[in-house]
Design a protein around this ligand. Structure first.
Ligand SMILES: [Zn+2]
Ligand SMILES: [Zn+2]
Length: 392
């Protein structure tokens, strides 16, 4: 009996875990109940559990066979566990019990799929090597991956390759999407503080108007993507906030511009940060004001290793047929902090279809729900990746 068939036999149990986690969502670094549930299940499967890796994160270790410690035979599988500060609009029985908080990104499903793989692998042990089940907290912009790396994730739990997956609404149920190389953008947030000289609105000659400086900066920053980034590279710079002043007749002393930049390579992101600083400071100086730039890269781009992507696609093809593995999906401008793990260990992040009818509601929407029908496929991907890579 193959892995997918065996996993389908306990599909209802995986769905129970998923709906339980959905009903009890927790924001990043507050996943106490969720990590208790995961730890309890892993221990019940006979898997060694290490708590508090990256605060509320945890790692399960399953060693099997004579070559369990051999280099090249240690695999990392990662799922994220956190929910979002969104009030759920759904009315089904497993809707959120925590007001103002919901699993609107499907991390409940990701966690349940990895638990399903853990249960299967612990029972069958048809591999020779070590599997690290990485349950990451706080993926939604709060730095969970970095927190795990700061707790020496890969020094304590060495991995020769890592895999993770995210559900994708509107990708048909039963399909996977796998891209080699850049897949998702890196992201930065920035704040630019302009200091001028406050004065009377009718007497601008006595002050330095930070509002005028801010709008010149806002306008000039639009030339970074259009004039400095190579046209064949993809990047976006959006100023999403300008704050200044409180009155009709007062030229304020300060102004603040904020926004986000996205790019698919670290080099392009660095170029945006450097040119932003030079442009903002230079324009402010030219106009007699001062500007200071705080440019914070909070997501690296997701870059899949070519060899690992080929391997992941082959595992998917085994499960659903190559015609159901989308090999050239469009780049995704959103970000994902699994990228920081991929910077340390070669691996692949892939997408699993959440459905184009049921399951088509976009993530981060109050009506979103993970599609339970996708659970066994996700678990089987992880399970087969282990059995094939760490073949006994
Ligand atoms: Zn999300
Ligand atoms: Zn997500």
């Amino acid at each position: 009996m193959n892995a997918l068939t065996q996993i389908r036999e306990f599909h209802p149990e995986i769905a129970v875990w998923r709906q339980d986690i959905h009903a009890h969502p927790e924001i990043g670094f507050m996943e106490e109940r969720t990590s208790d549930l995961v730890a309890h299940q892993l221990a019940a499967f006979g898997i060694e559990v290490h708590r508090k890796v990256g605060r509320t994160g945890l790692v399960g270790v399953l060693r099997n066979g004579p070559r369990a410690d051999a280099p090249g035979r240690r695999l990392g599988l990662r799922a994220d566990m956190d929910a979002l500060p969104i009030a759920e609009a759904n009315t089904f029985a497993h809707r959120s019990r925590n007001a103002g908080c919901m699993h609107a990104c499907g991390h409940d499903g990701h966690t349940a799929m990895l638990l399903g793989a853990a249960k299967y692998l612990a029972q069958t042990r048809n591999f020779d090597g070590t599997v690290h089940f990485i349950f990451q907290p706080a993926e939604e912009g709060l730095g969970g991956a970095l927190a795990m790396l700061e707790d020496r994730l890969f020094e304590r739990f060495p991995c020769d390759a890592i895999f993770g997956m995210h559900n994708r609404p509107k990708l048909q149920l039963g399909k996977f999407a796998v891209r080699s190389g850049a897949m998702m953008a890196g992201g930065a947030f920035f704040d630019i503080d302009v200091v001028g000289l406050g004065s009377h609105g009718a007497r601008p000659e006595t002050g330095i108007d930070p509002v005028m400086v801010a709008v010149q900066i806002a306008s000039a920053l639009q030339t970074i993507v259009s004039r400095n980034v190579r046209p064949v590279d993809t990047a976006v710079l959006s100023i999403t906030r300008i704050h200044a002043g409180d009155a009709y007749n007062v030229i304020p002393q300060t102004a603040r511009l904020s926004g986000t930049a996205r790019a698919f390579s670290t080099q392009v992101m660095e170029l945006i940060g450097t040119n932003m600083k030079r442009t903002a400071e230079g324009i402010a100086q030219a106009m007699g004001a001062k500007a200071s730039v705080d440019f914070r890269v909070n997501f690296a781009p997701v870059i899949n290793d070519a060899e690992q992507a080929e391997f992941a696609a082959a595992v998917c093809a085994e499960l659903v047929g190559s015609e159901n593995v989308v090999r050239d999906p469009p780049l995704i401008m959103a970000s994902e902090d699994f990228s920081f793990m991929l910077e340390k260990v070669p691996g692949c992040y892939l997408n699993i279809g959440n459905g184009d009818g049921e399951g088509a509601c976009e993530v981060h929407n109050p009506s979103y729900d993970f599609n339970d029908a996708a659970l066994p496929l996700g678990s089987a991907f992880f399970a087969r990746a282990v059995e094939r890579r760490l073949a006994a």
